[in-house]
Design a protein around this ligand. Structure first.
Ligand code: XMP
Length: 318
């Protein structure tokens, strides 16, 4: 019978045999799959595993520094690259969702390739591909790998794509990945994280992206997500986030008229992201959250809650 412990023992032995003394490069995303893959490989080959964690400037508030610290605390050989400015530059003026995804994919590949070149004699590229990604062949939440798959046909393969690929999770499902992670002692909170799209907040800022919009959305998102955690609702929700709308609405503060941004909150239940229902969050929670956002996040004067299910709506707005 399959147990997380036996999976870890067998996989570590296989990885040792397969990789020997070679160096391996792995892109960490902060998500469950890449983290569990990294810890398995680290168990097998130690510091010959070279992890790269890229800040695209579109992560949640404080996420880059917090998660990087967590990775370092786990003993991983990880290099954090803050490429926020490069991503923002490439995104400037782009409003079309697919154009934004393409720009992000392109910069990611450039940044990752630059870093991979610094690791001399790397022989392998490790990925956190899980079984559903293998069946679908294109991962919806695969972070780096998904980004790479949809963009590697432009202008030839980057060098790191020519490495041999190792995917220790390719035969198991998400719930098994979490159990494997838990059996290796990975932090419960990290293992329970909601899925987060590779293009990050870029596809939750409708229209063009600026540093100021990213900052506003990060603040709003942090109020919402921390509120879910404090209210014990986070684990009851499959995915949640905030969306910055490209409209202003009229409001009033004291005796002044305001004309500021509208944000939408979205929380869904799902098993695989293919279909999803909006979550019936308690009115009291929505009320508290809305007040907190409007009172604390400068530039926002209206909050709405998305009550659309998938299909026909998608989870993300872009
Ligand atoms: P949709 O919006 O298609 O989202 O209902 C389904 C799941 O996929 C995630 N998603 C993405 N993940 N790159 C990703 O890595 C993307 O471009 C992307 N678009 C959507 C979304 O967050 C949800 O979990």
């Amino acid at each position: 019978t399959w147990t997380p412990d036996s999976f870890v023992d067998e996989t570590v032995a296989e990885l040792k045999a397969k990789i020997g003394n070679d160096k391996v490069v792995l892109g960490l995303s902060g998500g469950v799959d890449s983290t569990v893959a990294a810890v398995l490989l680290h168990k097998a080959i130690g510091s010959n595993l070279h992890c790269i964690f890229v800040n695209n400037g579109l992560l949640r508030k404080n996420e880059f520094t917090d998660v990087l610290k967590q990775y370092e605390g786990m003993g991983l050989n990880v290099k954090g690259i803050d490429a926020s400015a490069r991503f923002l530059e490439e995104l400037a003026g782009l409003s079309d969702p697919e154009a934004k995804r393409k720009a992000i994919g392109k910069v990611f590949i450039d940044v990752f390739d630059d870093e991979a070149h610094q690791i001399e004699d790397a022989k392998w590229l490790a990925q956190g591909t899980i079984y559903p990604d293998v069946i679908e062949s294109v991962s919806v939440n695969g972070g780096p790998s998904a980004t790479i798959k949809s963009h590697h046909n432009v202008g030839g393969l980057p060098d790191f794509m020519k490495l041999k690929v190792v995917e220790p999770l390719r035969m198991i499902f998400k719930d098994e990945v979490r159990r494997v992670g838990a059996s290796m002692g990975i932090d419960k909170e990290l293992l329970g994280r909601h899925p987060f799209p590779g293009p990050g907040l870029a596809i939750r800022i409708l229209g063009d992206i600026t540093a100021e919009k990213v900052r506003i959305l990060q603040e709003v998102d942090a109020v919402f997500i921390n509120g879910l955690k404090e209210s014990g609702l986070y684990d009851k929700v499959w995915q949640a986030g905030a969306i910055l709308l490209p409209v202003n609405s009229v409001g009033v503060m004291g005796d002044e008229r305001t004309y500021e941004k509208v944000v939408a909150l979205r929380a869904v239940e799902s098993t695989d992201g293919m279909t999803a229902d909006w979550v019936n969050l308690p009115y009291e929670f929505l009320q508290k959250t809305s007040n907190k956002i409007i009172n604390n996040v400068k530039g926002v004067n209206r909050v709405v809650y998305d009550i659309s299910s998938k299909p026909p709506a998608t989870i993300e707005w872009e």
